[in-house]
Design a protein around this ligand. Structure first.
Ligand SMILES: [Ca+2]
Ligand SMILES: [Ca+2]
Length: 379
């Protein structure tokens, strides 16, 4: 395994944690029986300008978001010219930028998640026809003002239920100074669940967990999150996996079963991982992470990936892949009934891993913020 020394400029602008201990960002693996690792290789398929997110698009394509505000389409011919450019509307201060993209499950609409020039997290929708964005169809679905430049979250994904899930960080600074993680009257520090096609600008599904609670925002699906930096649904089971970046000590992976009715409290800022944070008391309804690692272990800023459901690497089937922005090693977890039953180190390093992308066949790509787009292939 390799440890990458990263430029201070990139650390300063995008690292997703606030107080970092780079000097100690590497040590022994935590004790756990290693699972027999699948033999994989990273194949660089393209380079881009700060690729930060992606989504499977029409006709086998993968759409790549560049942080400054452009979207480019990856196909067999490589990465094309931008099909969308909102760079003049996008802030890249702090951890801001174009941070997420998604298609609905019919590939009829394309969604972007970005921070505008005022620093407001913004979700916009475009109609897609014949594989092309229809610029005139653009409309804003949801906005959320941000008190600080970090912890914007920004990932967006459609669930198997056809609803749009949106990750928002706690608002930033450090230590959640406004207590947003545990507050139910703010969208910050949450995963939201909305139906963008149900009303203008969106509808709230009637079975969202807090629709009957007048003191809680109806859009909330789950809460107690610090900076959910990539979440996904297992395309085989529908289970939800969330990587939540820690404050100073603990990086974590959260898990919810496909049958969840929502309302999970993942604990921040009473808890960091399974540990009380700054004298916090564990909430009675705390859903602890299914996996955590400390800053002396696998890195300093977790990047969530996907459960592998492709065909190319049979030995990888069913493993949840993730990495760490500060370390770059691609790792796997086997999760059975909400318990980690195996860990693996895939022995490949994706650089400053900022995101994973799942294509239409279930194959996975690794995005390095420095510019690389790599596919995980059999070795
Ligand atoms: Ca409510
Ligand atoms: Ca937590």
């Amino acid at each position: 395994m390799k440890f990458r020394t990263r430029s201070s400029a990139i650390i300063g602008t995008i690292c997703l944690a606030t107080s970092l201990a780079f000097a100690t960002a590497y040590a022994d693996e935590p004790a756990a029986p290693p699972k027999a690792a699948a033999e994989v290789a990273l194949t660089e398929v393209a380079t881009a300008q700060n690729p930060v997110a992606g989504a499977a698009g029409p006709d086998g394509t993968v759409w790549i978001a560049e942080r400054a505000g452009t979207v480019r389409v990856l196909d067999d011919q490589g990465l094309g010219e931008p099909v969308l450019d909102i760079s003049d509307e996008t802030s890249t201060d702090g951890e801001r930028g174009l941070l997420g993209v998604a298609f609905d499950n019919e590939l009829a609409h394309f969604y972007i998640s970005y921070t505008d020039l005022e620093g407001t997290s913004t979700i916009d929708e475009f109609a897609v026809q014949s594989g092309a964005i229809q610029p005139d169809s653009r409309r804003t679905v949801l906005t959320q003002t941000q008190p600080y430049e970090n912890h914007n979250g920004g990932d967006i994904k459609f669930g198997p239920d056809g609803y749009l899930y949106i990750a928002l960080g706690d608002g930033g600074a450090g230590g959640d100074p406004h207590g947003n993680g545990q507050k139910l009257d703010t969208l910050l520090g949450k995963i939201l669940r909305i139906d963008p096609s149900g009303a203008e600008p969106y509808a709230v599904p009637a079975d969202n967990p807090f629709v009957d609670d007048p003191n809680a925002k109806d859009e909330i699906w789950s809460y107690g999150l610090r900076n959910p930096w990539r979440f996904s649904f297992d395309s085989g089971t529908g289970d939800m996996l969330i990587a939540d970046v820690g404050q100073s000590d603990w990086e974590e992976i959260d898990w919810a079963p496909a049958g969840s009715e929502g309302g999970e409290n993942y604990g921040w800022a009473s808890m960091e991982g399974t540990h009380p944070f700054r004298g916090g008391t564990e909430p009675a309804n705390h859903v602890p992470p299914v996996f955590e690692y400390d800053r002396n272990g696998l890195g300093c800023s977790v990047t969530g990936g996907y459960v592998y459901r492709g065909d190319a690497i049979p030995d990888l089937q069913g493993q949840y892949l993730y990495s760490d922005y500060c370390d770059g090693t691609v790792r796997g977890l086997t999760i059975e009934n909400g318990q980690v039953t195996g860990q693996s180190d895939l022995g490949v390093n994706g650089g400053e891993v900022i995101s994973f992308v799942e294509d239409g066949d279930g194959e996975l790509y690794v995005l390095g913020l420095g510019g690389t787009i790599s596919r995980i292939d059999p070795a």
